[in-house]
Ligand binder design. Structure first.
Ligand code: PHE
Length: 327
């Protein structure tokens, strides 16, 4: 009888026979169950729901029995495998994310400057003519405004007469924003992204970060600037750093200098600095007869690369987790 054959098949250990029996009962085309299902059509209407329910119960039960019989033959199936887990094997270490080295550097620089009394502020990356150029004493015809050296956007600024908008090329923009909104004394740093369409190589990238510092007060001098930068450099790179100023020019500082740092016997350029130009103080409504200030802008990538011995800026931005996981 069918039930005897079913019982035999379920209890036996040959996979082939089990499978044949499974097809005989549960086969999709001509299994016994399929035939029974056809019979459902002939059941009286009022009995149909109950018959259908019973049919499904039988089908589910048969499938379970075949599955557990198959599990016995294959050594326990899924359940068996879980039970065979060897808890003494070493685990698989989950991959943890890292704080990006530039973010780590930014946090540390903020911290160092914070201890020197400079509070961290932020400014927008999309800027207008006024904050990126005009108020910084960079007139309309100045080559720094060249479209080839800036990422201009195709939209006009709402403020200051609807001039151009661009991705800021320097964090000096934040000097203007802070001085417009606050009265002296001012003592801030701003760390963030700047954008320049430079050709990309080991030391240049179209986006990089600057740390901008600004101090405005009565009787601020160049000596204060040098003192702060030296403390800053030795805090970040270590005690043996020397600072060198070379005469330079920026429209928004007078006098202006290039800031070099000597570290392990080489002089490296880290950015620019100087005394805030009287025209800049006037542009934000300060009285240059009453207050003076210094400002500096250094490359964050350079500091980070120097500190960690990274010799190509592109490593920082091509998302290679093998590189990033070292920090
Ligand atoms: N903004 C200048 C640059 O990007 C650096 C700088 C900042 C120079 C502040 C002087 C004062 O090159």
């Amino acid at each position: 009888s069918a039930s005897k054959r079913f019982e035999d098949a379920i209890n036996q250990t040959d996979h082939q026979v089990l499978e044949e029996t499974r097809v005989e009962f549960l086969g999709a085309k001509s299994g016994k169950l399929k035939e029974a299902q056809k019979g459902l059509g002939k059941v009286a209407k009022e009995d149909k729901p109950a018959a259908g329910k019973r049919f499904n119960e039988v089908k589910t039960r048969l499938e379970e029995l075949f599955q557990s019989a198959a599990d016995v033959i294959t050594g326990g199936g899924k359940k068996g495998k879980v039970e065979a887990l060897d808890v003494t094997l070493p685990g698989i270490r989950p991959r943890l994310g890292h704080v990006h080295p530039i973010t780590q550097t930014i946090d540390e620089l903020k911290d160092i400057m914070g201890r020197l009394g400079f509070s961290a502020v932020e400014g927008p990356e999309i800027e207008d003519d006024w904050h990126n150029f005009e108020a910084l004493n960079i007139p309309l015809e100045h080559p720094a405004r060249d479209p080839l050296d800036n990422f201009y956007l195709n939209i006009a600024a709402a403020s200051h007469g609807g001039g151009n908008q661009l991705l800021r090329s320097q964090t000096s923009t934040v000097q203007i924003r802070v001085m417009e909104d606050n009265e002296p004394p001012i003592r801030i740093v701003s760390l963030g992204r700047v954008y320049r369409p430079d050709e990309i190589d080991a030391t240049h990238y179209a986006m990089f970060h600057q740390i901008e510092g600004l101090l405005v007060d009565t009787n601020v001098t160049m000596a204060d600037l040098k003192y702060v930068l030296r403390l800053f450099a030795s805090s970040y790179l270590g005690g043996d750093v020397e600072i060198r100023f070379r005469p330079s020019f920026f429209p928004f500082t007078e006098p202006s200098v290039e800031v070099d740092m000597r570290w392990q016997d080489t002089w490296l350029e880290f950015g620019g600095a100087g005394m805030v130009d009287p025209n800049v103080l006037k542009a934000v409504g300060y009285d240059p007869e009453k207050v003076t200030g210094f400002a500096f802008g250094l490359g964050v990538e350079r500091l980070c690369m120097r500190r960690h011995g990274i010799n190509d800026i592109r490593y920082l931005y091509d998302s290679n987790t093998k590189f990033l996981a070292q920090f």
